[in-house]
Design a protein around this ligand. Structure first.
Ligand code: C2O
Ligand code: CU
Length: 432
């Protein structure tokens, strides 16, 4: 992060475009070139990509258990697809070129249609040359509403990302720079959060939905001016809310919080040079009506309970610079294989419980994402831990996950540092 180049941080509040409420009719996303104010007001605007005229795209809101249709129109001059990250949907709606669909060509429209089974915080993004298209702005929040929403005064989306920009706000488009690909990935020199509203009152109880929509950056975030609890990770409710401390979000990860506002709410990224302000929610008056009450858990998920694993596979991350073990014929690999091979990494019977040991044999952290499913991280004690769709594995570390593969189809399994995925760190599994 070159803070000298962009000393002014994101204190100018930008508000996300208004939500598109899922009515019986179809939602619409048009992928197109947009001009967005990312740097503080007064600095240059950024020519980039987005949806419906803005970056990030509109917040899509839909109801759990109800079919939603989304027309995606391609207003770009190249192909695209959209992936609904974290939604356990039908395979042919997953938005992955080659594996689940053909590209949407320029001028064409594809209707995606699915029934979201889980209430929570998700997001959507381009899944075609996504290390470029998502970095250029093809990202947006997706909220599946709770059957019974928690008792809060505001429900606020906080989308985090970073961009590599010149002083004038224009993007530095070195997405495929080899040095970046072999290290931490294409990374921004300016970061900020987009909030769905700018003000709260002190005394309000607020739900915050943080989404890391950056292509490669891990965000360590502290939130000041509140007390509260973590209530969900990656769109899945925690059985017991957890006291709020520093949050670490790998690319694509989400966290939901319920907090009580005491004053201006600051969102700061921890950097080696100190805190870097991503956004702030200012207070406008006081809420004197709210009685203090404990924060209760959100309605639980209904993921299938894992049985005894019938397969135990190992997924070894390899490659990259700085002494990673090498294998495969691209920069990065899983188990000596770069990119999508003819054969899947795993073949599972529908409903099978599988344990996967993820070994990070590289010098960089990786956030590994499985499509179409959520899985349990296995804790140090061997017990089932958090439910996630993306798990962060530090350099040199390993992590076991347990997943019930109950969703038929061909599913991608890849590093969500999108430069690493482009550099070869992706594979797939099949569920019959
Ligand atoms: Cu967020 Cu393969 O995707
Ligand atoms: Cu990676």
């Amino acid at each position: 992060m070159n803070r000298r180049q962009f000393l002014a941080s994101a204190s100018a509040i930008a508000v996300l475009p208004a939500p598109s409420l899922a009515a019986p009719d179809t939602l619409r996303l048009r992928a197109e070139a947009v001009t967005q104010q990312i740097l503080p007001d007064g600095d240059g605007a950024t020519s980039m990509l987005g949806f419906n005229g803005s970056m990030p795209g509109p917040t899509l809101r839909m109801r759990r258990g109800e079919r939603v249709k989304i027309d995606v129109e391609n207003g770009l001059d190249e192909g695209t697809t959209v992936h609904w990250h974290g939604i356990r949907l039908e395979n042919q709606m997953d938005g992955v070129p080659v594996l689940t669909q053909d590209l949407i060509n320029p001028g064409d429209t594809m209707t995606y249609s699915f029934v979201p089974p889980d209430a929570g915080t998700f997001w959507y993004h381009s899944h075609y040359i996504s290390h470029e298209q998502a970095a250029r702005g093809m990202i947006g929040p997706l909220i599946v509403e709770d059957d019974t929403p928690p008792d809060v005064d505001h429900d606020i989306t906080v989308l985090l990302s970073d961009w590599h920009m010149q002083e004038d706000g224009s993007l530095v488009e070195s997405y495929s720079n080899m040095h970046n690909l072999a290290h931490g990935g294409y990374m921004g020199n300016f970061a900020r959060a987009f909030l769905s509203q700018a003000h709260v009152r002190s005394g309000d109880r607020v739900r915050l939905r943080l989404i890391n929509a950056a292509t490669n950056r891990i965000f360590p975030v502290t939130i000041s001016g509140v007390t509260g609890h973590i209530v969900a990770l990656d769109g899945m409710a925690l059985a017991a809310p957890r006291p709020l401390s520093e949050i670490v979000l790998a690319p694509a990860q989400r966290v939901d919080l319920i907090v009580d506002v005491m004053g201006t709410v600051g969102f700061d990224m921890t950097t080696r040079q100190g805190p870097y302000q991503l956004a702030a929610l200012t207070t406008d008056g006081a809420n004197t009506d709210r009685q203090s009450s404990p924060i209760s858990p959100l309605a639980g998920h209904d993921l299938p309970r894992p049985g005894e694993p019938t397969q135990h596979l190992t997924l070894t991350m390899m490659g990259g610079a700085m002494g990673g073990r090498h294998g495969g014929d691209n920069i990065w690999a899983f188990n000596n294989v770069s990119d999508l091979a003819e054969d899947p990494f795993g073949s599972f019977q529908r409903g099978e419980t599988v344990r996967i040991t993820m070994v990070n044999d590289t010098s960089f952290p990786h956030g590994i994402h499985l499509h179409g499913h959520h899985f349990f991280e296995v804790g140090e004690d061997g017990a089932l831990g958090d439910v996630r769709d993306t798990t962060l594995v530090e350099a040199g570390a390993s992590r076991d996950i347990i997943c019930v593969f109950d969703n038929p189809g061909r599913w991608l399994l890849h590093c969500h540092m999108l430069s690493h995925a482009f550099g070869g760190m992706r594979t797939w599994v099949t569920v019959a």
